[in-house]
Write a protein that binds this ligand. Structure first.
Ligand code: GCB
Length: 617
């Protein structure tokens, strides 16, 4: 770790946790734990001037010794006397559904970027005595200040990662309330920065729940096959709680006849191996998942885990020792049929179902960590996954806090999904401009990733350039090529660079003997708009672009896959052309409602042929 990094982390911790009741604590496998959902109808207050947060001296009310009950919204206060001045009332405020972004639910908030207060009252039915409770948020875009029963738990930064706070000492049987101030204001120093090509949906966009665990519980585990060894399962486990030291933990995989015991050290941790024979390996063709039980005295947690090996050899990507071609598509976390952010199992089934119909065995979940349902449903459907952090375009490479933020989002993403066989690529960034600072930034992210996950492949969506002095030679002039496992780049020859026929003459010169993967290509077309292939925005133009591009890419000897841009049209405030875009990026091979454009069929046919080609290998 860079020394300056460490200083900043220490500073942040000393500063922010002085006055707080709780700290963020990552807990693995939230989906399979005992929990009470807080999804459903909440109250909300729109606060564009952050009046509920800052007083008239612009001091944060939650840092004041005696915050004013009349204005400090986090107190959730109700007037006790008719004469009392209280300038808000959650009970009389309007309703909003959680999970859900505010833009697509409330018309007046469609373009809103700023602060919104969320409020929910609840009673709680306690489990066994001594149990502990955590409040869990699947994600809140972008910043969330969280309060339970008037006490601040913390501030979470980053719109696409999960977070939890312990609330054991705050919770009562009756009359609890949770208040969250969610702020989606964009900022230069943030991750992503102010400039993106997707909608800045704000709100509590994923599940909220209270998770209950025993005093000492399994906080974290990693159970995956060792690199290149289908007979060895690597295990690491971590307990949290007063009795975490010297505890026996059992891992049982009944279907594979496995029962193994481990003992924790004084820190509640243990690592080890389990030898396994003849496991049914997870693959897109056979997405087999084993029921895995992890138990200690008085506590058990179950997960469905797939086992597969993963490696590269020269330009091949090997899954279970077999070379694969990644027949992929890029996807935004948006459901254009109902509008707004996708979050549910049904949303995941819809989007990933379309990808399956296209013939995919792989999806690029762009440009930020998607909700856990997407990853788990992909795994069940037999789709391999690329997962990515929103280090997008030009962020503040020299800003150490920006780095800390990006790295936290990266490690939180890996924490949550490290047991998912579906995930094969962690992507560090998208289309970032080459410079010494940027390369140092991303190298540090790569090193962090390798230090916590030694089996998955690392990549980043790089850029293509035409070599100086040539007309058609395409190169990837980026030092990151040395460091990544798979060379990925986005290319828009025929759309942003020339017309589709430019694909005929383009020649890629890639010097590395590594797998090459095209993380984006494509062009816009309005569903139902027809014309000749020379007319931009028609389905025919896009169809031709897909034909020419796939022919061009086939000439790259190291080509091992692609995720064209994109599955379905998605909302973007950057897309201003009336009658065609109207606020939508039209590069989908499907419309936002799921209507298939002509390019869909070109890609489907191409993937059919790649499937056959690789079956014969
Ligand atoms: C890109 C970006 C993607 C955009 C796309 C486009 O290179 O990575 O986020 O949406 O191009 O449509 O221009």
């Amino acid at each position: 770790m860079r020394p300056i990094k460490l200083l900043i982390i220490l500073a942040i911790f000393t500063f922010s946790f002085n006055s707080l009741k709780s700290q963020e604590l990552n807990i693995i496998n939230i989906s399979n734990r005992t929990a009470m959902s807080l999804n459903g109808s909440w109250k909300y207050v729109v606060d564009p001037y952050e009046t509920g947060y800052y007083d008239y001296r612009r001091e944060a009310r939650d840092e004041r010794e005696n915050p004013s009950k009349s204005e400090a919204l986090f107190l959730g206060y109700k007037a006790q006397e008719p004469s009392e001045r209280v300038e808000y009332d959650f009970d009389k405020s309007e309703n909003i559904m959680v999970p859900g972004d505010w833009n697509s639910q409330i018309e007046k908030l469609f373009y809103y970027e700023g602060s919104v207060w969320y409020y929910k009252k609840f009673d709680y039915d306690f489990g066994a005595e001594g149990n502990r409770q955590f409040i869990h948020f699947g994600a809140a875009n972008y910043e969330a200040d969280v309060y339970v029963n008037g006490t601040k738990l913390g501030k979470h930064i980053g719109g696409f990662t999960a977070f939890n706070y312990e609330i054991t000492s705050l919770l009562k049987e009756k009359g609890n309330f949770v208040i969250v101030k969610v702020d989606n204001t964009r900022g230069f120093e943030k991750v992503p920065t102010i400039n993106t090509d997707w909608w800045n949906y704000g709100g509590l966009t994923r599940d909220v729940k209270i998770v209950e665990v025993p005093a000492t519980f399994v906080q974290d585990y990693y159970i995956q096959l060792a690199k290149n060894d289908p007979n060895t399962i690597e295990v690491s486990l971590e307990l949290n709680g007063p009795d975490k030291a010297d505890q026996s933990i059992t891992i049982e995989i009944a279907e594979a006849g496995i029962k193994a015991s481990f003992k924790t050290d004084k820190n509640g941790k243990t690592i080890g191996e389990i030898s396994a024979k003849k496991l049914q390996l997870w693959s897109p063709e056979n997405p087999h998942l084993y029921e895995v039980k992890i138990s200690l005295q008085n506590h058990e947690i179950a997960d469905k885990i797939g086992f597969r090996t993963l490696d590269t050899e020269g330009s091949d990507i090997l899954v279970n020792g077999k070379s694969v071609f990644l027949r992929g598509i890029s996807i935004h976390e948006e459901n254009g049929i109902k509008g707004g952010r996708a979050h549910s199992i049904e949303d995941a089934k819809l989007l990933l179902g379309w990808a399956k119909e296209l013939g995919c065995n792989f999806v690029r979940l762009a440009h930020y960590p998607h909700n856990e349902n997407m990853i788990r449903v992909a795994e069940e459907m037999g789709l391999m996954v690329w997962s990515e952090v929103p280090v997008y375009w030009t962020i503040q490479w020299k800003n150490e806090e920006t780095y800390q933020n990006a790295e936290k989002q990266l490690t939180d993403m890996i924490f949550r999904d490290k047991n998912r066989a579906s995930i094969i690529i962690w992507s560090m960034a998208n289309e970032t401009p080459v410079s010494a600072e940027r390369t140092e930034f991303l190298t540090s992210m790569i090193n962090t990733t390798r230090s916590i996950d030694s089996i998955r492949l690392i990549s980043a969506a790089l850029e293509r350039h035409t070599q100086e002095g040539t007309k058609n030679t395409q190169i990837i002039a980026d030092p990151l090529q040395e460091l990544v496992d798979v060379i990925n780049f986005n290319e828009y020859i025929g759309w942003y660079a020339g017309l589709p026929e430019a694909c005929n003459d383009a020649v890629f010169d890639i010097q590395f003997n590594k797998p090459v993967f095209i993380s984006e290509f494509g062009g816009g077309a309005l569903y139902g708009y027809h014309g000749d292939k020379a007319t931009r925005w028609t389905e025919e133009f896009q169809e031709d672009l897909y034909l020419q591009t796939t022919l061009m890419l086939e000439k790259i000897p190291q080509l091992r896959g692609m995720t064209p841009w994109i599955l379905s049209d998605f909302r973007s405030p950057r897309r201003l052309l009336p009658e065609i875009q109207d606020g939508w990026n039209r590069k989908g091979v499907l419309s936002e409602k799921g209507d298939k454009k002509k390019a869909f069929y070109v890609l489907q046919k191409y993937y059919d042929s790649k499937k056959l080609e690789y079956l014969k290998k």
